[in-house]
Design a protein around this ligand. Sequence first.
Ligand SMILES: [Zn+2]
Length: 455
Amino acid sequence: MVTVKIPAPLRSETDDNAEAYPGLEKHLVDDDGDLNRFVNFFKNGTNVRELEGPDTGLDEDDEVLVLPAVAGGDPTNPNHLPNLSQEELRFYGRHLILPQVGREGQQELKSSSAIVVGAGGLGAPTLLYLAAAGVGRIGIVDPDVVNASNLHRQILYDYEDEGRKKVEVAKERLEGLNPHIEIETYDTRLTNDNALAILEDYDVVLDGTDNFPTRYLTNDACVLLDKPNVHASIFRFEGQASVFWADEGPCYRCLYPEPPPPGLVPNCAEGGVLGVLPGTLGVLQATEAVKLLLDEGEPLTGRLVLYNAMEGSFDEVDINADPECPVCGDDPEVTELVDYQAFCGITQEEDESAELTVQQLADRLGEEGLHVLDVREDWERDIVKIDGSEHIPLDDLPDEVSQLPAEKDVVVYCKSGGRSAKATELLRSVGLNAFNLQGGTDAWVQQIATDKQAY
Ligand SMILES: [Zn+2]
């Protein structure tokens, strides 16, 4: 039997039909039956053009190789990227006409993946745009539930979602927006035990965290995994954004080798944030991620963008990789993930000695030797307070500290425990027996006064 070898570009004409290959003929011969000039036929290694052309005879053991001209790659599937359905072509129409995206770019996005750490103020707009842009697989890491106080900036969620898991609501919303992509959820805090395993599966990491331990953890994991870390952070009316990628430029630790001591920089729950601000920064993050995945444009590697919402101004500073950087430098000290709570100065021992849980306070409430102090603002007290507590806002405390009972245990509370930690430190520094209420009114409302409102 004669053996005929058909190369890959023509195999689509033969795969489903073992007997006769009607589609193959047009590739091989023209209407007159002459051999096409863009195909070569070899008989036992010799081009038939050097033999007798189409009249070359074949014997039982001969081998024929068909060799068509190819443009490079597979014309039906460039670079082996996933195809786009008719529905997807309709969905991404405005991308497809952009030369920088086009059909192939859209296929690139479909074959790519991104993970967002934190589905909060930054994560919400970021996730919506990544999904809308057609990033094929999107991961979301967040352990929290939706709270009414999130909604002024976390636009993924509705009022009626209060109390539901953020990752669950986010998945539903994003799948509703774009059914052509996959959403994977991680209902957990990112920790040094799970970070590498979770982030490893994605092309780009987006840092939407609201605390220093998770931010350093995300950075270090990205350096160890050699992933780009699209960063943004926000406070009140200002934000910062960059792309940290040790392969191409600095990492977060090159810019900030150490975190500020606990309590020095308030978080958004303590310091407040303009609701639209994370929208601006989150959209910058999504833009950078899409650029990286398309490999188009100038990424923000080595540049830190500073946005001031009140001034309506953008500034930019150049940042450089630090050869002394403890994680991405020439001689790194950090070669595996560490305890980021401890790294950020949050030590359990210290906490416990000067803290009280809401349950401990509930058990002791009304005791003669106990004095409860609220260091929040008036408007917060109007929403919820612990009955019988005295009110001195944190700013007034240094002047009022002498009024507090030296013979009693003073339990200090605020909304989530940040301001009250500072107040506790101040009271202890003047010799008072002060304790910080862990979790503040948020924990109080969640566990004790469940009929009251959090904010
Ligand atoms: Zn670094």
